[in-house]
Ligand binder design. Structure first.
Ligand code: MN
Length: 287
């Protein structure tokens, strides 16, 4: 890994540490999800980083990919299992982190299981470890604590301007032979549930990402496509980051862009049996 690359990663990692601490203090009972997401995103900017994607605040059976909308009314209530996923990038190099808190409670067995399994898997991030070995430890640790992993969610490698690079490191057992490599950066995330352990797509979609250029009719759609490649740097973005377009036109323009294959959508992922979900995620630079 080049020096400059390492410096950017290390900067993103240290900003993430501060932001996570800050976010833990802000995520409490009666907090507005929208305000919380924007406060965290602003904190990232204040510290000299950029959000690598919109802050995700996913509650209870929603495992991931929920970001508050411009006029979101969601408020964190006692007993809510709130998952906060934060991406920080410096010069395109991302650090991917997530934590869960049970609002109004000190902790929760699901959160403890997720933290424990993450800790165990992180010990294996050394050159030569095979993906299946990490997944084995992940699922066995979680099952040993009486819960299920979410089998169709995974840790992954990250790269410059790529928040989800190959290989994926599934939470559930598999036979994947890919090896952890030196000089690479990985984000390991462990999703734990008291449900069946499978997520399905839900709605409404609040996260989009540039895929390819495509001809679209609406002026507003062309403008959003420009932003997706320009100020959003081809990384995931959300409706509330779109400026200078009437909110009434944004959804229509986004629909045109996804229909044309210009943007990819990340709908919220819901646990299929409506089980509660906790996640813990850290990124590591393998040296
Ligand atoms: Mn991740």
């Amino acid at each position: 890994m080049e020096n400059e690359e390492l410096e950017s990663y290390e900067r993103a990692f240290s900003i993430s540490n501060e932001v996570i601490e800050f976010a833990r203090e802000c995520a409490k009972e009666n907090a507005h999800a929208l305000e919380l997401a924007e406060t965290i995103e602003n904190k990232i900017r204040e510290l000299g980083g950029k959000p690598a994607w919109p802050v995700n605040i996913s509650i209870n059976e929603i495992a991931a990919h929920y970001t508050p909308s411009r006029n979101d009314s969601l408020i964190l209530k006692e007993g809510d299992m709130a998952k906060v996923d934060i991406g920080v990038q410096v010069d395109g190099y991302p650090c991917d982190r997530a934590f869960t808190i049970c609002i109004g409670k000190k902790s929760h067995p699901l959160i403890e299981a997720s933290e424990k399994a993450l800790e165990e898997t992180l010990k294996l991030f050394k050159p030569g470890t095979k993906v299946w070995e990490i997944s084995d430890v992940c699922e066995e640790t979680v099952n040993g604590l009486g819960f299920n992993v979410i089998r169709n969610l995974a840790g992954h490698r990250v790269d410059r301007y790529s928040q989800h690079a190959d290989p994926s490191i599934p939470n559930g057992k598999n036979k994947i032979q890919d090896e952890i490599e030196a000089g690479k950066v990985y984000a390991m995330e462990v999703f734990v549930t008291d449900g069946s352990g499978f997520v399905v797509e839900s709605s409404p979609t609040g996260i989009f990402q540039f895929l390819r250029d495509a001809p679209v009719r609406m002026w507003e759609a062309r403008k959003i496509l420009e932003m997706a490649q320009g100020k959003f740097e081809k990384l995931p973005f959300t409706q509330r980051w779109i400026t200078d377009i009437s909110p009434l036109k944004i959804d229509m323009a986004l629909k045109q862009l996804t229909d044309a294959g210009a943007l990819m959508e990340y709908p919220p992922l819901k646990e299929e049996s409506n089980g509660m979900v906790a996640v813990t995620e850290k990124s590591v630079i393998v040296k």
